[in-house]
Design a protein. Structure first.
Length: 138
């Protein structure tokens, strides 16, 4: 398996099957060109399209410094339970360390046992202390 950073809209579009919704060119361009936004793709030998991805966004605050938000992780069904998700999470964590982040975090549903197992296997710890409050605009 090879993990490499997505640099073009075409690379992200080739991974569209891994995303929740169709990839939009204008949003992809904005993501790829925004400072602190990162997207890595996992490739298996002999496969035409990526088999997994992880996206992350660096956040910074005046009194806390920088941390990495693991925004989303996706692995094609046929490639799950092979360590691809763990490898993608570790790659994003390594990038966070390289960029001076003091930590990394992710929001995950408490009943998503597969995601929780992946994050824990990549070194994450569940503190169980968070609730999600959201706003919808339009």
């Amino acid at each position: 398996m090879e993990i490499r950073r997505a640099m073009t809209v075409a690379e992200v579009a080739a991974a569209e099957h891994l995303f929740d919704h169709p990839v939009r060119t204008e949003w992809t361009e904005r993501f790829l060109t925004s400072a602190g936004h990162h997207l890595y793709l996992a490739h298996e030998p002999g496969e035409d399209s990526p088999v997994g991805f992880v996206s992350g966004v660096e956040t910074v605050h005046p009194d806390k410094g920088a941390e990495m938000l693991l925004y989303e992780l996706g692995v094609a069904e046929a490639y799950r339970r092979r360590g691809i998700g763990r490898a993608l999470v570790r790659r994003l964590a390594d990038l966070g360390r390289e960029r001076g982040c003091y930590g990394m975090w992710v929001l995950v549903d408490t009943d998503n046992d597969v995601a929780l197992a992946t994050y824990r296997s990549a070194g994450g710890k569940d503190d169980g202390a968070c609730a999600v409050v959201s706003w919808e605009f339009g």
